[in-house]
Ligand binder design. Structure first.
Ligand SMILES: C[S@@+](CC[C@H](N)C(=O)[O-])C[C@H]1O[C@@H](n2cnc3c(N)ncnc32)[C@H](O)[C@@H]1O
Length: 512
């Protein structure tokens, strides 16, 4: 077993510990006692002693016996002793509230590992199940879902921290955000919450967004945290927080564009899903189709559609280089008729049934043979406005028909079907306009693996963007002619148009 991974064992370099302590001293002042719950070789205790000397007390805990011995040798001159202690069996209320030490500073760097990574390693270094189900409102209700061990540890420590205390811990940025969200949703804000970016590649040789997470033990009404690009109070960038129950990454920008948070009369769709790109996607070559296995085959054109993938849309490429085999018009449609109308296609599917019939996802079970997902009438709309969900960019593009055929996008892309070119350009213009872009960016966290989600896209009100861009009249032309389902958003649109008729004097050209 990989012990370093199991225990999230990445010792903090001394110079980083010194920088952190210097910053924390400025934020918190002199503590009564510094507590390092997973102290390793004691870098933070040594750096703290360098800053505060004998003016405060120090306590350190660590699970690894060898580290306890080594650290105690380094620390003995300073009069500090580390205790061997498993975090999960310690009584942190007792440790942090004992002896009426009010200005407790919990400082350190807990293990950076998730419970599922530990599962893979066969590790037991986890909270006992009973303990961890006890945590109110904790996002992980069962031992199955993925959570960071550091997340659990820090929530536990903050719960036990006196009001006059503070916590300063190195952790993944995502972990710090989840901890704050936990308190924001369940208890309230933590005074002085701050995230200071660190270069985890440089210090720990790991490619992850990480920070020093600082917060006081005092609860507040405000549910916000300031974000700094480095361990320097002059590097303040933004403030994220919980607004109306959801996380926003940039509170100030969000508040400036809040009126765009209104839901959409259009429905965002994800693209075609087949989980068999080597079989279902082809390039054209000398009048034949070449699949991902390198086989050149002859197929009828009937079920083949031009395809744009995330890599195309992400790079603003809108001329399809591939085609995809679309076996159904709607999810669940019968596929057996392909045998009669396109025998070569059916034979091709049967010849590759080993790959298609063994697709792992349960969505293909008890479905017609060779089923696909993410199809409906919307997939066959001639025009679309689309973007890739894999890139960290809100670059929307217009997808036009190719050689008279509607173009499909893959399941990592999002799109809105449009009836005509003008509608697609209008929506694309609205989405790429500054207010929509700023609104969308105020919602996403760039360090997330896939920051762009359909839930975020859905929040943008086309109506209010169109209103802001003075293009509501153009939008009305399309939304009132039946391409958009009548729903609350639609009724809202009619109302807004009535109001706007009174003051709009000029109408922008519709041509593109
Ligand atoms: C990321 S390292 C950081 C060590 C030290 N805090 C530092 O900053 O250098 C995490 C430490 O947590 C210790 N650790 C892991 N699981 C623990 C547990 N259940 N209880 C106490 N310490 C633990 C590891 O042995 C390791 O020394």
């Amino acid at each position: 077993m990989n012990k370093q991974k199991e225990f999230g064992d990445y010792q903090t370099p001394n110079d980083l510990a010194v920088q952190v302590v210097y910053l924390v001293a400025g934020l918190f002042g002199l503590p009564d006692c510094v507590v390092e719950p997973t102290a390793g070789l004691g870098a933070f205790l040594i750096a703290s002693h360098g800053e505060w000397g004998r003016a405060c007390r120090y306590k350190g805990y660590e699970i690894n016996d060898d580290y306890v011995h080594l650290a105690n040798r380094r620390l003995s001159d300073l009069g500090i002793r580390l205790s061997q202690q498993d975090f999960f069996s310690a009584d942190w209320n007792q440790v942090l509230r004992k002896e009426k030490l009010h200005r407790i500073l919990v400082l350190g760097n807990p293990p950076w590992i998730t419970n599922s990574e530990q599962g893979i390693l066969g590790s037991n270094n986890l909270p006992k199940k009973a303990n961890f189900q006890r945590l109110r409102g904790f996002d992980t209700k069962t031992g199955k879902s993925n959570f960071d061990v550091a997340e659990w540890m820090l929530i536990r420590l903050i719960e036990a921290l006196p009001e006059s205390g503070a916590i300063a811990m190195l952790c993944k940025t995502m972990t710090a955000r989840k901890i704050l969200r936990h308190f924001w949703k369940n208890e309230g804000g933590l005074e002085s919450s701050k995230l200071f970016g660190i270069d985890a590649k440089k210090h720990f040789d790991v490619a992850v967004d990480a920070c020093l997470f600082f917060a006081s033990g005092k609860r507040t009404e405000d549910r916000v945290a300031a974000v700094y690009s480095s361990l320097n109070v002059d590097s303040r960038m933004t403030e994220f927080g919980l607004v109306d129950g959801s996380l926003v990454s940039d509170v100030e920008t969000y508040m400036n564009f809040r009126e765009l948070d209104g839901g959409s009369p259009y429905t965002w769709r994800s693209g075609v899903k087949h989980d068999a790109s080597k079989v279902m996607e082809f390039s054209r070559w000398n009048g034949r189709f070449v699949n991902g296995l390198g086989e050149a085959v002859e197929l009828e054109e009937d079920f083949l559609y031009p395809l744009l993938k995330s890599s195309d849309l992400g790079n603003r490429r809108t001329t399809p280089r591939k085609v995809v085999l679309v076996t159904q018009r709607r999810t669940g449609d019968d596929t057996s008729w392909i045998r009669d109308v396109a025998p070569k296609t059916w034979k091709y599917l049967e010849d590759h049934s080993d790959k298609l019939d063994s697709r792992k996802s349960s969505i293909y079970q008890n479905r017609p043979r060779f089923s696909i997902f993410g199809v409906g009438d919307y997939s066959f709309a001639p025009w679309k406005v689309a973007l890739s969900g894999l890139y960290k960019s809100f670059t929307f593009v217009v997808v036009s028909p190719h050689n008279g055929r509607p173009v499909m996008v893959d399941d990592t892309c999002y799109s809105i079907p449009c009836k005509c070119e003008r509608e697609a350009w209008l929506l694309c213009d609205l989405l790429n306009a500054n207010p929509a872009q700023r609104f969308l960016w105020s919602l996403v966290f760039q360090d997330s693996k896939r920051p762009i989600t359909v839930d975020i896209l859905r929040r943008l009100s086309f109506i209010n963007v169109a209103k802001m861009m003075k293009r509501l009249y153009e939008l009305r032309e399309f939304t009132s002619s039946g391409s958009v389902p009548l729903d609350d958003g639609h009724q809202q649109l009619s109302l807004l148009i009535e109001q706007e008729q009174n003051y709009q004097t000029e109408r922008r050209s519709q041509s593109k």
